[in-house]
Unconditional design. Structure first.
Length: 460
């Protein structure tokens, strides 16, 4: 019968520039179309006849698209999976094997079709502009998405979500088809905005679903390569929804593989030799285009070699948000860390409009986040509600061991975020031991820890 590798036809052409597009070359795309990343019961709730997996039309179509564009590594990887599932390689011929009906169905999975005319196209919704029905559907769709994709990770959070948003229960989602469950759904994005703005979750679900989510990015850009005419109006609409929240989505197009000039060249390693284990970030795997004689072989390139990273001194958190600023990389392939806030601008942009200081003062409150890890400002009883003081010293003895004294938190009128927590510093004499007052129950502390970890995770 031969091995799986024996059944895969070698690619002798060059590679299209689309092969290196960050969305179309993303391993996430294979996970969506060939590995059942998206649960079938989630797809069924959209009310479309669509299946993903190694033995489906869409996985075969992806393999053929990669082959016709000369993307050797992606083709070999996916075709190996297809052979394991079906016993034979996909015969691509000169097309990817997808018809207009296939494309129209996949488009319904990605995003809701825009209105037929510009006059009837609705303006972009906001949390504040949602009607009661839209709010119900946004919350119901977001909760269904969270249950299907992150049910295990969020199993301890759903009771709190339903308690805080009881209107999400008003819409029966048992076997109902939800009109706004597409992976780029505007209402899913708004529902997640409501939930994530109110509750610290261990997973930032909006990184994956909604107009700014990874599944939306990859799915829509895959549609643009494989079914361009169906993707064009959706891409325009989704980019309108992303405005002010995340960068505009620039998707690659289908470009047929150019001829290769490397037939007589030999390489030290075969295509597919390098992976993130033997070529870990920030090193990058260079896929050869085979269009020039000096670009015939796969390489592991260390573009950061010899680069000296400057020492970082990140600024202290600032009132009123008191978001931590940490040295970190916002891209695993970046050479050097940067000072990054745990509340980056795109996360703050998802917050509802903050009240003014004057509005808070009228209520006898101040403008501050509601808890550690919260990136949104609201009227709170004190400026220090957003500070995480769990690692602060609690006794004078802790500071004395460092030759310092305990400086107690100034919770009444702090001039800076650092004053919200006990700290060790220079002084004439130790002060009376006094625990931080910003302490909560064990569950509150756990949520705060999750919030900080989740906020930092979004930087990578």
């Amino acid at each position: 019968a031969g091995s799986v590798g024996d059944k895969i036809k070698e690619i002798f052409t060059g590679a299209s520039s689309t092969c290196t597009n960050k969305y179309f070359s993303s391993p996430y795309l294979k996970q969506i179309l060939c590995d059942n990343l998206v649960p079938q019961k989630y797809i069924d709730k959209i009310g479309i006849n669509l299946q993903f997996g190694a033995n489906t039309t869409w996985c075969a179509g992806l393999a053929c698209t990669y082959r016709l564009m000369g993307c050797a590594e992606q083709t070999y990887d996916i075709e190996a999976e297809i052979i394991k599932a079906t016993g034979k390689a996909e015969d691509c011929g000169t097309n990817v094997g997808l018809d207009d009906e296939d494309c129209a169905t996949f488009a319904k999975f990605v995003a809701k079709a825009p209105a037929a005319s510009k006059r009837s196209e609705p303006e972009r919704l906001t949390v504040e502009s949602l009607t009661a029905d839209q709010r119900e559907e946004a919350l119901a769709s977001a909760v269904v998405a969270m249950e299907q994709f992150f049910g295990e990770e969020l199993k301890d959070n759903f009771d709190e979500i339903h308690a805080m948003f009881p209107e999400a229960r008003k819409r029966d989602t048992g076997n109902a088809i939800l009109e706004q469950l597409q992976v780029c759904s505007e209402l899913i994005g708004l529902g997640l905005q409501l939930i994530e703005g109110a509750i610290n979750l261990p997973v930032n679900v909006s990184d994956h679903l909604g107009p700014c989510g990874t599944i939306c990015n990859v799915g829509l850009c895959a549609l643009n390569v494989m079914c361009a005419s169906h993707a064009e109006p959706l891409l325009k609409r989704v980019n309108a929804l992303r405005s002010g929240l995340c960068d505009e989505l620039h998707c690659a197009k289908f470009i047929k593989a150019p001829p290769s000039v490397c037939q007589e060249q030999t390489c030290d390693v075969e295509i597919g030799h390098y992976n993130t284990d033997n070529c870990p970030p920030p090193k990058t795997i260079h896929q050869p285009s085979k269009t020039t004689i000096d670009d015939c072989c796969e390489k592991c390139e260390d573009l950061c070699a010899g680069q000296q990273c400057p020492e970082l001194t990140c600024p202290e958190p600032e009132l009123p948000l008191c978001a931590s600023v940490i040295p970190a990389k916002n891209d695993p392939y970046a050479c050097c860390p940067q000072c990054l806030s745990t509340c980056p601008g795109e996360k703050i942009a998802q917050c509802p409009p903050a009240p003014t200081e004057a509005e808070c003062q009228q209520k006898g409150l101040v403008l501050a986040p509601s808890r550690p890890g919260d990136c949104c400002l609201s009227c709170q009883p004190g400026k220090c509600a957003g500070m995480d003081c769990r690692n602060a010293p609690q006794t004078a003895q802790e500071c004395a061991a460092q030759g310092l004294v305990l400086i107690q938190a100034n919770l009444e009128s702090p001039n800076s975020c650092v004053e919200c927590c006990n700290r060790c510093g220079q002084g004439a004499a130790p002060q009376t031991d006094k625990p931080n007052l910003i302490e909560g129950s064990a569950s509150t502390m756990t949520l705060a820890l999750f919030a900080v970890l989740a906020a930092i995770a979004t930087l990578f």
